[in-house]
Design a protein around this ligand. Structure first.
Ligand code: IMP
Ligand code: MG
Length: 175
């Protein structure tokens, strides 16, 4: 049985997330922001990113299910948990673990824009541009990767592996 192949170590992730945090700190200097994490995959990334941002910040979380991955109705995204607070007039940073087809983010961006935030940016730790179906881009990207199914650092396969501190590629026999 082959092992999980490590793509990014804990140290590599920490370094990149710290850089993203510094960039956000600069870009929003003197302002307050709200991190909106997309459950559950983004929770570990959000907790590290938020701690590398030196601004007055609050958190909120949103959850949705996507039916775009398997053979089923492509493109359908459903909201499971809405925001707790209004984002009207706020600087929103939508935090996502991985940007894949873009269906989830384009749906959520539309949804949040309707609440008239002051600004809205997307921070995605990983980006698989070759998989894109909707033309959505992240404003802050950690790493671009090829079309691999990755796990760890919040990301799962069938709800497992979220607690791995590094990011790896799942070998086919573990699928
Ligand atoms: P999208 O709507 O296709 O962009 O899907 C984004 C969501 O799919 C992410 O938030 C992840 O939850 C999940 N996802 C996409 N690719 C992967 C992967 O390689 N590993 C784990 N989850 C993934
Ligand atoms: Mg997700």
């Amino acid at each position: 049985m082959s092992e999980i192949k490590i793509l990014f170590t804990r140290e590599q992730i920490a370094k990149r997330v710290a850089e993203m945090g510094e960039q956000i700190t600069q870009d929003f200097s003197g302002q307050t922001i709200i991190f909106v994490g997309i459950l559950k995959g983004a929770c570990i990334f959000l907790s590290d990113l938020a701690r590398s941002v030196q601004l007055d910040a609050t958190f909120d979380f949103i959850s949705c299910s996507s039916y775009g991955k398997g053979a089923r109705s492509i493109g359908e995204v459903k909201l499971i948990k809405d925001l707790d607070q209004s984002v009207q007039d706020k600087n929103v940073i939508l935090v996502e673990d991985i940007l894949d087809t873009g269906l989830t983010l384009s749906y959520l961006k539309k949804l949040l824009t309707a609440h008239q935030p002051r600004s809205m940016k997307v921070a995605a730790l990983l980006d698989k541009p070759s998989r894109r179906v909707q033309p959505v881009k992240a404003d802050y990207t950690g790493f671009e990767i090829p079309d691999h199914f990755v796990i760890g650092y919040g990301m799962d396969y069938a709800e497992r592996y979220r607690n791995l501190p590094s990011i790896g590629v799942l070998p086919p026999e573990l699928f």
